[in-house]
Design a protein around this ligand. Structure first.
Ligand SMILES: [Zn+2]
Length: 163
């Protein structure tokens, strides 16, 4: 009987430890810009989120394509957006498919729909909170994570002004 309180103390300690992802030990793979994605990465490096927009019909799309997925026009340009939006979908990664991510497991991968660009969906990680905070519809805002001198990764955190 005297050992029972120790068992009860141990369980909450373990749960508290596993809910926050540790990204400090993760070395992310570096994206390689191509002719279509280069403007996106150049803007991100300046901490601006810029998405491809059709100049014919106004549709935003992501990732970038050679043509507008809505009207097939080829007149496309990158335009800055606010970086505020909502979680459209999410998944929790419990296994490290890539060993470089092992230290962060479990972590939340989210798909974000931006207020300024409905229909354009960005994949990212939800940072600064336990993965259990990822819920569809929650308000998020972009944060910029420099990976090296050339590449800065747009990521998201829960919106600071969320009700
Ligand atoms: Zn279009």
């Amino acid at each position: 009987m005297s050992e029972e309180p120790l068992t009860w103390l141990r369980v909450p300690n373990i749960l508290a430890r596993v809910t926050m992802s540790d990204w400090s030990e993760v070395t992310r793979p570096i994206p390689v810009p191509n002719e279509w994605t280069k403007p996106f990465w150049e803007a991100a490096r300046r901490e601006v989120l810029a998405l491809q927009r059709c100049q014919a019909c106004g549709h935003f799309q992501h990732p970038p394509y050679a043509t507008c997925v809505s009207c097939m026009a080829i007149d496309l340009a990158f335009e800055p957006v606010s970086g505020k939006g909502a979680i459209y979908a999410y998944t929790v990664m419990y296994h490290a498919g890539d060993r470089r991510f092992a230290a962060a497991v479990p972590y939340a991968s989210i798909v974000v729909e931006l207020d300024d660009a409905p229909g354009a969906l960005l994949a990212a990680n939800l940072l600064e909170v336990p993965y259990t905070e990822a819920k569809v519809g929650r308000r998020v805002e972009v944060v910029f994570e420099p990976l090296n001198d050339d590449i800065t990764l747009p990521q998201f955190r829960l919106a600071r002004d969320a009700k």
